[in-house]
Design a protein around this ligand. Structure first.
Ligand code: PAF
Length: 319
């Protein structure tokens, strides 16, 4: 199957490599844009290596640091860390043509604002994925859990919808089940609730997602953080379709499904990389402030992650 779609993934992190690896394995062309040219050269030569429970595979997508060699794409998937989006998009300008759809599959909230610096609102899509990915070393990813991906346009527009549909079919046929949503925001917020209830707690204590549920105090703290975020969503009129108890239960179910996963924020802290705290718990605190809602638990979590990052404190990698 050759869909004729030109696709570039921005960012050779865990999720970017995993996705490129799957698309490329199914024989479809896909490129990765990396801002580091030395790493792009190494990855081009060595390929991407994916470890899964059902066997490992290697694939060789095109990887470059020079977007002008790729030209305008049908779909650009943004998979860099939230704080790197603005810089990554500057480098990606040659990828964006009249009909390019730019899809953010990043954790956290508010990416559409940064994306609108490079693309028209009707060409912007947001998405969420529950695929689990751990970067073991450069270009080598452990597929830590099969998940679902949902994407949707910021603004209805037929031409972009056609491309998004084609992208969704391509991902599904590559082994990444993907569906389209008319309103993507409830999905973004549902994922945000999971990130609010998992990432900072794991990053501050160095435990795997599933272990949060085995420690009564952590489980309680998780519930409190999620309840605060749920209240912000409710006040903003986001239709998550979960009541308070269901929201907490949902986040616990994510912990169970991804029990063995080292959350992305814990991976960042272990590698002493910037975290996405400002787009997760920090974003909840900012939005709550504007709405007059108190979110002390998220404020504490956000502050502690920032201070420990600034001080270079490194959690020990869990076994
Ligand atoms: O950021 C992450 O690690 C993931 O989004 C999630 C869902 C918390 C699972 O680890």
């Amino acid at each position: 199957m050759h869909t004729g779609l030109k696709i570039t993934i921005i960012g050779p992190g865990a999720m970017g490599c995993l996705l490129a690896g799957y698309i490329s394995r199914s024989g479809l062309p896909v490129s990765i844009l990396d801002y580091k040219s030395d790493r792009a050269k190494r990855l081009s030569k060595n390929g991407i290596y994916i470890e899964t429970g059902e066997g490992n595979f290697q694939s060789f997508p095109r990887i470059t640091a020079d977007a002008s060699t790729l030209g305008a794409q049908d779909a650009v998937l943004v998979l860099v860390k939230a704080g790197q989006t603005a810089n990554a998009l500057k480098q990606a300008r040659p990828l964006i043509g009249e009909g390019t759809v730019v899809v953010s599959l990043q954790n956290g909230i508010g990416h559409e604002e940064t994306l609108s610096n490079i693309a028209k609102p009707e060409s912007i899509a947001l998405g969420v994925t529950t695929q689990g990915a751990t970067l073991l070393r450069e270009g080598c990813v452990k597929h830590a859990g099969q998940g679902e991906t949902t994407i949707g346009l910021l603004k209805a527009y037929d031409l972009s919808l056609e491309k998004l549909n084609a992208l969704s079919r391509l991902l599904t046929s590559s082994g990444w089940p993907c569906s389209l949503a008319d309103d993507i925001f409830p999905h973004i917020w549902k994922k945000l609730l999971a990130n609010v209830g998992v990432n900072a707690l794991a990053a501050l204590t160095g435990i795997k997602n599933g272990d949060i549920l085995t420690l009564e105090h952590m489980k309680r703290l998780q519930g409190l953080a999620v309840i605060e975020a749920w209240k912000v969503a409710a006040e903003k009129g986001i239709k998550i379709n979960l009541d308070l108890d269901e929201a907490v239960e949902y986040v616990r179910s994510v912990c169970t499904e991804t029990a063995g996963n080292i959350s992305s924020m814990l991976q960042d802290r272990i590698l002493n990389k910037p975290t996405e705290i400002d787009y997760i718990n920090g974003a909840i605190v900012r939005m709550a402030g504007k709405l007059g809602i108190d979110t002390p638990v998220n404020e504490v979590l956000s502050t502690l992650v920032k201070v420990s990052s600034a001080r270079g404190w490194k959690p020990v990698k869990p076994d």
